[in-house]
Design a protein around this ligand. Structure first.
Ligand SMILES: Nc1nc(=O)c2c([nH]1)NC[C@@H]1CN(c3ccc(C(=O)N[C@@H](CCC(=O)O)C(=O)O)cc3)C=[N+]21
Length: 285
């Protein structure tokens, strides 16, 4: 256990304190910041996450609105809830908690979200902005990963980063963010079709696991002194477990605990996206 622990919980608390100053300044200007959540169904993990988002808002002074629909809600009911949030002047940004029940197509739902209120940065417009290098909300987990690395002064410019996972919420946008000019990293994006994963991870200065497969990343796959960011969340007997085994702490220079690493950073970046958006609107007033 020689690696430095990158404490996402502590950094998220600091970021929330910084956001509170910005929210207070907006309130002075007469601008209220409001986050909406839409939750469909009663998945216990999703309920924990949504509860967490509302308590984060309260800490920072952001108004929050909650729309909870039952698991058997029709697509029309989901659509109606989204239209209400699109039209609400109190709500400056919102999220639809994923995963949705199987009878509701997440792609269809995401495209109903007003891109200007997309606090997750997951609509086609906003992912397109990320591809084009244009300003806009960035998906919360990738933004949280880059922010945590920055605050621990891990150099990204020219670094070899191996990202494991190509999902729409983490791996794919993370590759875009890390290769954006302002970060300037070189990214290898690995996935289930990668022939020899260890060959790629061993070359990397930073390995980021976002596969959701416990035990996937072991010490022998890590270059001595490299940085390990463990994003995976798999529930084993109800407890969240990451993708990396504990022996990576003996080889790496820095490791994110999981839980206590990227999860809290993801939540902090959701708030940051909402505050960014409210500030952009305040300038236009
Ligand atoms: N529209 C949407 N946006 C999301 O951002 C989103 C989503 N849907 N669906 C699910 C995933 C997952 N996710 C997490 C957020 C916080 C923690 C978190 O704070 N975890 C704590 C542990 C909490 C626990 O015990 O589970 C930690 O890592 O310390 C984890 C996972 C956001 N997601």
């Amino acid at each position: 256990m020689t690696a430095i622990r990158m404490d996402g919980r502590a950094v998220a608390d600091q970021i929330k304190a910084e956001l509170k100053v910005r929210v207070d300044a907006l309130r002075e200007q007469g601008v209220t910041v409001g986050l909406g959540t839409v939750l469909v169904g009663d998945d216990p993990a999703s309920q924990i996450y949504v509860n967490g988002k509302h308590s984060d808002c309260e800490q920072v002074g952001i108004e929050s609105f909650r729309v909870d629909l039952t698991a058997d809600a029709t697509p029309e009911q989901v659509e109606r809830s989204i239209r209400v949030l699109n039209d609400s002047t109190m709500c400056t940004g919102y999220i639809v908690q994923l995963p949705l029940p199987s009878h509701i197509d997440p792609t269809w739902v995401l495209e109903l979200i007003d891109p200007d209120k997309d606090a997750d940065g997951l609509t086609a417009d906003n992912l397109g902005r990320l591809v084009l290098g244009q300003p806009g909300p960035v998906p919360c987990t990738p933004r949280g990963i880059v922010e945590l690395l920055r605050r621990y002064e891990i150099p990204l410019d020219g670094a070899d980063v191996c990202v494991i996972g190509r999902g729409t919420t983490v791996g794919r946008p993370l590759g875009l963010l890390l290769t954006a000019r302002e970060n300037n990293a070189t990214v290898t994006l690995c996935h289930t079709g990668t022939r020899d994963l260890a060959e790629h991870t061993r070359r990397a200065d930073i390995v980021i696991g976002a596969a959701g497969r416990p035990g996937l990343i072991t010490a022998s796959m890590i270059k001595p002194g490299a940085v390990v960011v463990d994003v995976g969340v798999t529930r084993v007997n109800g407890k969240p477990v990451g993708d990396a085994t504990d022996d990576v702490w003996d080889v790496a220079s820095h490791v994110t605990p999981n839980p206590g690493g990227i999860g809290p950073m993801t939540r902090a970046m959701l708030l940051a996206n909402v505050v960014d958006r409210a500030e952009a609107l305040a300038v236009l007033q």
